[in-house]
Ligand binder design. Structure first.
Ligand code: ZN
Length: 435
């Protein structure tokens, strides 16, 4: 496994830990630690009980220093400061799980600098076999290190759980072995320290960002009898917002609530700012043949699943070029390593979402295209770490479907199918996170 080793020696400021989050990885759990700057890191396994350790240069905490996690294989994390200023984060595992991948990823338009660690379930033997292994760089270079810090660190590079911890008030629990894991007898009740984040997480509303395709100077597809895609998408988006809010389980955020043009990049940025759990983009299609009809659901892929799908992606993406957006640059932001690594987890979740949306459409007797779940390179789906689907609600080139999509009865029905699909998706995500 190739691990980039990045030096922080030239950087004058100190490192900061901005956020710690988990999600579904390929076959397991992905934990992402957002950082203020580029950084060395090292990660390794600790046994009895099963833990994963992440060491970083001395870091300020913007994120909470400890918390429970609803992310699959990881139950909680805690942190402390080692001698020499190393910031240590310990992830408590619910069961034996090993690191399948640990990398630093540099920041992009949508993502901060971050360390990404993928975990997969493992047997006790597999876990124990990994104990000597160190991921990342053995030596953690802190910004402007003192000579004593350098020697102190380089002389103890690996899984030394016994390293003394300075910040004992917050982190007494992690001084090492299983025997010391009882909470500190500090003034703060330890139950409260750990229980609060979980209950907040479980009771919070999921944030669904609803993106009405096109708008303003970009009308999208033009159908029969003056039916215009940008109006259809806005009406359905608003209906979906209404129905999602009504359940009490979701906070729905529209990328636009009026007839205005929004760049594709900005739509993705809105989802990031809203800390979206889900991103749904609503469109209506048009092709040369009037007899083709039915809805379809798209998730992101590097390669479109067929020519027709590639054509559609071009068509939707090019709506940005019309209004002067440079999509070549937009794609570049999320090229290569981002698509390879940061998006894999999201793509898995997006596929799950598409599966449940597809099923909900069938249950509500909404006509679908054959092979109704497709993959395409839609720019609007390229929001790393936000599971996303683009729904083509039907064909405006088909006279009947254009008419149907204009009726409020059908708009309510298709929105309610989307709610069903979204409900089923989150039920599944919650079940997967229980392990
Ligand atoms: Zn469209």
């Amino acid at each position: 496994m190739a691990v980039p080793v990045l030096s922080t020696a030239a950087a004058p400021q100190s490192q900061s830990i901005e956020a710690i989050r988990t999600g579904l990885g390929a076959g397991g759990t992905r934990v992402t630690v957002d950082l203020g700057m580029k950084s060395d890191f090292r990660a390794f396994h600790l046994a009895n009980p099963y833990r994963i350790v992440l060491d970083l240069p001395s870091s300020k905490w913007v994120a909470a220093k400890s918390g429970l996690m609803s992310g699959g294989l990881i139950r909680a994390y805690r942190s402390g400061v080692l001698e020499g200023g190393i910031t240590r984060v310990i992830f408590d595992l619910g069961r034996a799980a090993t690191i399948s991948n640990a990398v630093f990823l540099p920041k992009s338009s949508f993502e901060k600098n971050r360390v990404v660690i993928d975990l997969i379930p493992a047997t006790a033997n597999m876990f124990n076999a990994r104990l000597p292994q160190v991921y990342g760089s053995r030596e953690i270079r802190t910004p402007a290190p003192t000579p004593s810090q350098v020697s102190s660190q380089s002389s103890r590079p690996t899984s030394d759980a016994q390293m003394p911890i300075e910040d004992a008030d917050v982190t007494g629990e992690i001084t090492g072995t299983v025997k010391q894991r009882e909470p500190l007898s500090s003034s703060r009740a330890p139950e409260n320290r750990t229980a609060a984040p979980m209950s907040r997480k479980q009771t919070r509303k999921y944030v669904v960002v609803i993106d009405a395709g096109h708008g303003g100077e970009d009308p999208g597809a033009l159908g029969r009898n003056g039916v215009v895609e940008k109006r259809i998408t806005l009406t359905i988006a608003k209906e979906l917002e209404r129905q999602l809010s009504e359940t009490g389980r979701y906070r729905a955020v529209l990328t636009r609530s009026t007839d205005k043009y929004i760049k594709l990049r900005e739509r993705v940025a809105i989802a990031k700012r809203a800390k979206a759990d889900l991103f749904i983009s609503i469109h209506a299609d048009k092709i040369g043949r009037t007899n083709v009809r039915g809805a379809s659901i798209y998730t992101l892929s590097q390669n479109a699943s067929d020519n027709e799908t590639a054509r559609l992606a071009d068509q939707e993406n090019n709506s940005g070029v019309v209004a002067g957006v440079d999509l070549a640059n937009e794609s570049q932001d999320v090229a290569d390593i981002l698509l390879d690594l940061a998006m894999r987890e999201k793509m898995n979740e997006s596929k799950l979402l598409a599966k449940y949306l597809d099923q909900a459409f069938r249950d509500k007797s909404i006509r679908l295209l054959p092979n109704s779940h497709r993959a395409a390179g839609f720019a609007v789906l390229k929001a790393p770490d936000v599971p996303a689907a683009l729904i083509e609600t039907g064909f405006l080139s088909n006279p009947e479907e254009a008419k149907l999509l204009s009726t409020s009865a059908f708009q309510r029905r298709i929105a309610s199918a989307m709610v069903d699909g979204i409900d089923a998706y989150f039920r599944k995500i919650q079940a997967l996170q229980k392990f």
